[in-house]
Design a binder for this molecule. Structure first.
Ligand SMILES: [Zn+2]
Length: 132
């Protein structure tokens, strides 16, 4: 963007990414076991956790969804990350460093909402598609 990296590093306080996903209808959601291929794609091995889907009912106009769910990824740049910005490190390297420091990417945050029965894996994959 034509901004000097040290100016970015010194003024950056927090980086937030957010997505909106459709929330599962609480009146008709049901447990199901996703196909093994999907579990493998998500990096889930061992006994599969419960996933949920909306069967569709009169409360959700047969869509299986009712309302929206917002979820966020939040990165507070550490000294190491600020040094990487100044050194013009590649964005992916910065992302990997952030993950090593505890940063949880949107797709992982979304997966936790899936496992909590709040939305579907299809919704999380759909709204996080361009970032992973
Ligand atoms: Zn419903």
């Amino acid at each position: 963007m034509g901004i000097q990296p040290f100016l970015v590093a010194s003024s950056l306080l927090l980086v937030v990414g957010q997505r909106l996903a459709r929330r599962l209808c609480p009146h008709c959601k049901e447990v199901f076991t996703p196909p093994p291929a999907l579990l493998a794609e998500l990096g889930i091995d061992g006994p599969p956790p419960d996933f949920y889907r909306g069967a569709g009912c009169s409360m959700c106009n047969q869509t299986g969804y009712r309302g929206r769910l917002a979820f966020f990824e939040v990165m507070q740049p550490t000294l190491t990350i600020k040094e990487m910005i100044v050194a013009r490190s590649h964005a992916e390297a910065i992302r990997q460093q952030a993950c090593a420091e505890g940063f949880m990417p949107l797709r992982e945050v979304g997966l936790r909402h899936v496992l909590a029965g709040e939305t579907t894996i299809e919704e999380v994959l759909r709204v996080t598609m361009e970032i992973s």
